[in-house]
Design a protein around this ligand. Structure first.
Ligand code: CP
Ligand code: NVA
Length: 306
């Protein structure tokens, strides 16, 4: 059984296959072809946290592929109304694939343990692999290639940063995390990422201007992720010098693109003029969530069904 709980679950070649399929499906859709690869297949969406992009891109992507998605909020009561084991085993009797957004990463791991259909991580406190697939698809489209490119993430070592680091490591992209030292990956966390990615050029810097000097893409995310609301005020102080604004963009080449997973807190981690400016690719990046996930769904269900 293949799941996507983190990008360690896919080899570099498998990620390339998913991206190639995503690019093909995107092109076919642009040509007006709705490519019914998953006719009568059902995707369950289990969400503990709010979502626009992930939920809607999965629902629309599945519909375009000829299948159906069921959004299941908290009321199905997994882990509350009955055990995760009973819940996951029974859910697998109905649907072909599950995507789950939870606070704790252990929740998706537990779901996968008892599931007889593939489980996709739709964001946990540990990782956001679907986001990272869309991110590298966007860099590939915008920069023409991935190998040797340099992605700089300005923000804390969060779920989005971890998945982006892993996908970069697996695809030969340099990755730099720019943030205050206490918010960087611990030595153990950094080693976990490096061990999964041969020859990875992975740096962490507190000096954000130096970090972006040769960036192909500058990426940021909210300073306090969902579940960290209590730390918001402290993080606003700690990250004040790490805002992505025009002055930081000017420390990078003119060709550098700006990325953000969204939702953004305008005026905090990024200014309006950068988010809405000519270097920003955030809308196409958000659109690519759907194309990347379609590639993933078709690839994953092909592994499952042969
Ligand atoms: N980037 C992202 O996952 O957005 P949502 O939280 O809206 O799904
Ligand atoms: N790091 C953010 C990403 C939201 C898409 C969070 O977890 O809230």
């Amino acid at each position: 059984m293949r799941h996507l709980l983190s990008l360690f679950d896919l080899t570099s070649d498998e990620i390339r296959s998913v991206l190639a399929l995503a690019a093909q499906l995107k092109q076919e859709l642009a040509n007006g072809n709705r490519h019914v690869h998953l006719a009568q297949h059902n995707l369950a969406l289990l969400f503990e946290k709010p979502s626009l992009r992930t939920r809607v891109s999965f629902e629309c992507g599945m519909s375009q592929l000829g299948g159906h998605a069921l959004y299941l909020g908290q009321d199905v009561g997994w882990g509350k109304r009955e055990s995760v084991k009973d819940f996951s085993e029974v859910l697998s009797e109905y649907v072909d694939v599950v995507a789950c957004r939870s606070y704790k990463h252990e929740t998706v791991e537990q779901l996968a343990r008892y599931s007889s259909v593939p489980v996709i991580n739709a964001l946990t406190d540990y990782s956001h692999p679907c986001q990272a697939l869309a991110d590298v698809l966007t860099v590939q489209e915008e920069c023409g290639n991935l190998e040797g490119r340099h992605v700089v993430f300005v923000g804390d070592a969060n779920n989005v940063a971890r998945s982006l680091a892993i996908v970069c490591g697996k695809l030969g992209v340099r990755f730099t995390l720019a943030c205050p030292e206490p918010y960087q990956f611990s030595a153990e966390q950094k080693l976990e990422i490096e061990n999964g990615c041969d020859g990875f050029q992975f740096a962490q810097l507190a000096d954000v201007a130096a970090a972006v000097a040769d960036a192909d893409a500058i990426y940021t995310d909210v300073w306090a992720s969902m579940g960290q609301e209590k730390e918001q005020k402290k993080r606003e102080q700690d990250f004040a010098a790490y805002q992505v604004n025009q002055s930081l963009m000017q420390a990078a080449p003119e060709s550098t693109i700006f990325l953000h997973c969204l939702p953004a807190r305008r005026g905090q981690e990024v200014t309006d003029d950068v988010l809405d400016g000519p270097q920003s690719r955030v809308v196409v990046q958000a659109g690519n969530r759907m194309h990347a996930q379609k590639g993933l769904l078709v690839w994953l269900l092909k592994q499952q069904e042969g």
